[in-house]
Design a protein around this ligand. Structure first.
Ligand code: OGA
Ligand code: MN
Length: 295
């Protein structure tokens, strides 16, 4: 049998470097245009273990981004952007996150402001299991993206609070996106009881890892089923105080060519604002969830 080619052995030599924070690892020695099944198995395992993966120095066109994304399963269509546009021409699965205006039209979503802590599209009954962002242009400063471990959040809740939330369901708001923009076709409301959305268990069990974590979605218009609004607000505020502590988080300071992949079932993320005069362009894909969030 011929010895394995250098290319093959180099390709399989993926290094997993944990961030040292509550979640996240950088994977080195990977060209995402060219991974075999063994590489993918390493990547998948690292993703389940570390929740968020960073791959630096990638050179992906949209086809390559889709090719890597599809390794994880079928993709969702990109959500409609605030301005009514849907996607990159010919690429209905690619969502553009950008503040850039071309010919008076925003080419993407979320502007240049803060994106508050959230889980992607959890206002749906079947939220995506994974999302990934690929950086095409980044501002010189700002616009960092933070991730937070909802396993760790759950595990470090005071025992009494953990007991109080067992069995509860929370409504994930479908009115606003994380940039505070009203979703396409929705009449804005700030009444958490009346707002459109989907109830999911507040504590979910991850289908692959078997670990339990908080499943919060986003704070705005969240509502705990069956509670008087004031009680729901107070309990949510208390939970959110714990769920957004710095020690649960890791931030990526973006470089062009970074691809960040996260597990949308056990993390939340947010983005720092940046100079609206600078340019930031990210292409995002999201992988369909195979199972509904469940307790
Ligand atoms: C997203 C998102 C934040 C960012 O694409 O889902 O929240 O850093 N993006 O652009
Ligand atoms: Mn998001």
């Amino acid at each position: 049998m011929p010895p394995p080619s250098d290319a093959a052995s180099v390709r399989s030599r993926i290094e997993v470097v944990p961030t040292g924070a509550a979640l996240g690892a950088e994977l080195r020695g990977v060209d995402l245009r060219d991974i075999d099944d063994r590489d993918f198995a390493v990547i998948h395992r690292a993703w389940i273990n570390h929740l968020v993966l960073l791959f630096r120095d990638q050179t992906l066109d949209d086809d390559a981004l889709l090719g890597f994304s599809r390794r994880f399963g079928a993709l969702d269509q990109a959500p409609i952007q605030e301005n009514g546009r849907r996607f990159v021409d010919g690429y209905p699965e690619i969502y553009v996150v950008s503040n850039v205006i071309e010919n008076g039209v925003a080419i993407g979503s979320l502007g240049a402001g803060e994106a508050v802590w959230h889980t992607d599209m959890s206002y749906l009954e079947d939220p995506p299991k994974a999302s990934m962002l690929y950086a095409l242009e980044v501002p010189p400063t700002g616009g960092n993206t933070g991730f937070s471990s909802m396993y760790r959040a759950y595990e470090t809740l005071p025992q009494s609070l953990r007991q109080r939330i067992t069995g509860l369901r929370v409504k994930h708001d479908g009115t606003y996106n994380s940039g505070g923009y009203v979703r396409q076709g929705i009449t804005p409301t700030d009444d958490p009881v009346a707002a459109p959305g989907t109830f999911h268990p507040l504590v979910c069990t991850h289908p692959d890892s078997g670990r339990r974590g908080l499943y919060l979605g986003r704070r705005r218009n969240a509502y705990i089923e069956g509670l008087p609004l004031a009680e729901s607000e107070a309990l949510l505020d208390e939970i959110w105080t714990y769920a957004t502590r710095d020690e649960l988080t890791w931030y990526n300071t973006w470089r062009v060519g970074d691809l960040v992949l996260w597990d949308n079932r056990c993390t939340m993320h947010r983005r720092d604002p940046f100079d609206p005069g600078a340019r930031r362009i990210m292409h995002r894909t999201q992988v369909k969830g195979e199972t509904r969030p469940r307790a």
